[in-house]
Design a protein around this ligand. Sequence first.
Ligand SMILES: *[C@@H]1O[C@H](CO)[C@@H](O)[C@H](O)[C@H]1NC(C)=O
Ligand SMILES: *[C@@H]1O[C@H](CO)[C@@H](O)[C@H](O)[C@H]1NC(C)=O
Length: 492
Amino acid sequence: MLLTSIALAALLVGCEAKIGARKLSYQKIYKFTPKTQVTDHAAIDLDQQEIETLLTDQYLWSAAQAVYENGAHSKSYAEVTLSTPLTTTMAADVEISGVALDGTTVNGKIMEEAASGSSVIKVQYATSDKQEKYVGCQVGGSSEPVTTGCFADTGSLSMSGTTLDYTAVANKNARTIRGFSTNDARHRVESNPDQAYYKDMQMFVDYYGSSDYADKWIMAALANGSTGYSGLGETNFSTLDDTGRKEAVVKGTVFLAIFMYVIRELEDAIDDCVVQCDADTCNDDPVHALDEAVAFYTGSLHLTEGSDGNLLFSLAEKRCENFLTCENGEAAVNNRLFVLFNRMQNLLQQGKCEEAATVVSDITNIMYVPMIQGAFRYAYKSGEQDDQTPKSEAEGATFAAAVLPKVHKCNAADAQLIYDNMKVGNTEPVDWPAVKSAFERNYRCMGITCADVGGQSDGELYFEGAGPCSSSFMTYVGLALGLAAASLIAFF
Ligand SMILES: *[C@@H]1O[C@H](CO)[C@@H](O)[C@H](O)[C@H]1NC(C)=O
Ligand SMILES: *[C@@H]1O[C@H](CO)[C@@H](O)[C@H](O)[C@H]1NC(C)=O
């Protein structure tokens, strides 16, 4: 019996060593079954969790910044210093194993090619299909690292008949929330010769002036400074207290940085589809990119009983209760998104890239709904519920920052009105009716409806003046404005 389970365990370990290997069925992410392994990607929410913990009560800014910058839980690798330099080039993806601090065998693969003569190699730890034990080495910038599954401090690594002795190990992470924002190249269309930005990122670059707007926001909030945007949306956090700066950081990481990276993965899936799929063959890249998008949208913590996690999925769940947009106990936004994720998976598997691209547009439009609900929640608190605390001010400003570039693309004056009311440092109460209608005038242009956003409520009844707008009325106003503009243009 014991032997059998040891043999089974060995077999499982053997399987898990194949990073990203295709298998029959992976653990579900809410209502989506990934086709590739993305447990390591989903664990990015553990970085978010640690950042939130470090900034709760104690406000450990530099410890939180270390996790933001250096990661801890996703794409763990060891930088191994060899006793003697390599005598031949070592190719990427070669499988290699060593002994962990707890004495067990740890598998990994060479992360990037190492030239002959180099004495440092990077080994990415193998990850498991099982979310609960996806990797045993979580260090990076963590204040509470998990080291049991890391290589012992000194020892030897073995690979197909060869042994490499080493003298030191540094455990790092190649996926960080900061990297989502600062890696400009990732946000550009691969298949496009001009390397244009993906559509949503382009709106944000047009508004803020650069693709790392999320990083500028988060770093300034961590440092009690100013974003220094070359475009619009400048934000100076120095008038906030710790509670406010914390919200600007922990909401900025999810609603600015991770938000745009989810969209990037969806666009990347289309890119991969266009570049790599022809009529009858299609490799795993497009479906893997979609799997990553769903993992970054949802995270791993939703698997924990009673938890919706801390990423975009969880925001949609929370807001649907305030805005009466839940259906059967779940956020309508999430239900619709997961239908679309599944449809997109189907289309990608059939190599139907153009149809999949229209699904991406539908998904991204819906993703802004909880951002608007978030902005509304805090605009209403400030304007109608006499809440001008720095905490609410920062929350409102961060949600607004996540959607202002899209409003701006539709109507620059409306975006300016929202920014002036909701920016950090505005000490006046928000003009709630003005902010509400500035958003609502643009729903049609933004590809959403009044019913999608819903209205603010006590959980059962809408507050006076805060209920959902009427789509037919807004369409009428939009049409009237459009006609007026058209006749003006015709006139001149
Ligand atoms: C931010 O505001 C503070 C306090 O009002 C001020 O001292 C500082 O110069 C401002 N920073 C920038 C970059 O404007
Ligand atoms: C943040 O900066 C402002 C102005 O630069 C300063 O008055 C304030 O004390 C700073 N707050 C913290 C927590 O350092």
